[in-house]
Ligand binder design. Sequence first.
Ligand SMILES: C[S@@+](CC[C@H](N)C(=O)[O-])C[C@H]1O[C@@H](n2cnc3c(N)ncnc32)[C@H](O)[C@@H]1O
Length: 457
Amino acid sequence: MGRTRRKRSLKKARAFCACDDQEEIILLNTWLAKNGMQRNDKLVLAIFDDTGRGVLTKKKVQCGEELMNLPLNLTINVTTILMDNLFCKIFLENSKLCLVEYKQSVSFQSLMAFYLAFLKFQSDKTKWHIYLESLPKEYTVPYFLPNEIKLSIDNDIQSVISKQKDIIETSYNVFVNILSNNLSSDNIIKEFKKSFSMSSYEWAYFTVNTRCVFMDLTKVIDLKNTENSIINLICDNTKISLCPYLDMINHSPNARNETKLLVSKDIQNINVSNLKEDLFSSIHFSIYTKSDFEPYTQVFICYGDSHNLKLITEYGFFLPANDLDYVSFSFDEVSLFLRSNSLKLSQDQISFINSHGLNKELYIDCKGLSYNFYGLLLVVKYYYDQSSDVSRLIYSAAICSHDNNLNDIISPMVKDKLESIKVSLDKLSNVNKCVILNNCVELMCQYVRILEKFIKC
Ligand SMILES: C[S@@+](CC[C@H](N)C(=O)[O-])C[C@H]1O[C@@H](n2cnc3c(N)ncnc32)[C@H](O)[C@@H]1O
């Protein structure tokens, strides 16, 4: 072997290391096989240098191949929760009429998180113990940054964190109230009441956030006639599910994949009061790839087209050179800037802007101004220009949207934003780095690149 080839193969050998021999993974594989999971036998788990734990293929995988399929009773979905009588007792054996008092007051994701915290609390007393042990112990989302560091990261990241905090705190308080009014004499519930904590709920919430897949069971179960069911607590849909092993697959924006439910014809529209676990061993959830993967490379799926702000705040990772990234500006921020630059918008202009939706989605990306931002600036510049028809200009902006004069209007505001991101980056350079902070810094550097490019154009 020549030196270059040897070097290359050494590099390749270092890109991952197998982890199928770790105790929790051996237990997981054995448990899944015993309970009917069918997995493409080319696949194993490995730790990759760039993405952490993920799925490796030992042989070529071709477009159209099934990666794995799981019987429904090996996934944690809405039916799992509804069939867990002990969990339902938390709400139904209660001094409050929970289904009335807390009607539609939590998202399904929050209920799933509460359920996961309940399962985790029971340790090896539930069938999910081995699965729960295989999950990450902590998550790399900025939500978990210390407060003093949060203050120096980008405003957009801060605003996502504060929305997450809001949802988590509100739903946590609902569950704490429900638990405190529980009347059950069951020891597990009594003990859970004492042990349920914000940190256990946060872990569960981000487990659901980072690992759930879309699963639509509306044809299988009847979610309309649910009078005495805890479904009434939910304010949105129930189409997410936790799928062991499938949730070990990392994201690539280039991967293509599909899932399907394999259901026999006699199982449909089951009433929630007739749910039985056995029914679900014959329904399988299958995922197959529409991409090719070479031997000894990582198998990916695509979690959806996502910019880094979402990947970082919801999943805890960053994709370099992500063309979907953008720097957003609020309408208030823009109008304040215009006002202080003698370009105050008139009532007529504001009405026109609002009625054309030009007060939303104002951003700059690697291609320049967003369509709405461009339209808004057309209104600023041409609304009172007798020789121009702004509506026509906005329409033609869809075809031709480059006008340096418009860019110049907001250039001082863009420069200010650029400066303030640089100042924050400077502050962060003195802070000890961790994965979470590195991701935030990467995103802020990406914002700097986008804004510098805009100013230079
Ligand atoms: C569905 S799980 C995938 C399995 C996960 N890596 C594990 O060890 O359990 C999603 C999480 O994997 C990580 N992840 C997924 N895709 C990634 C990527 N392209 N680069 C880095 N981390 C990634 C993130 O931490 C994300 O929250």
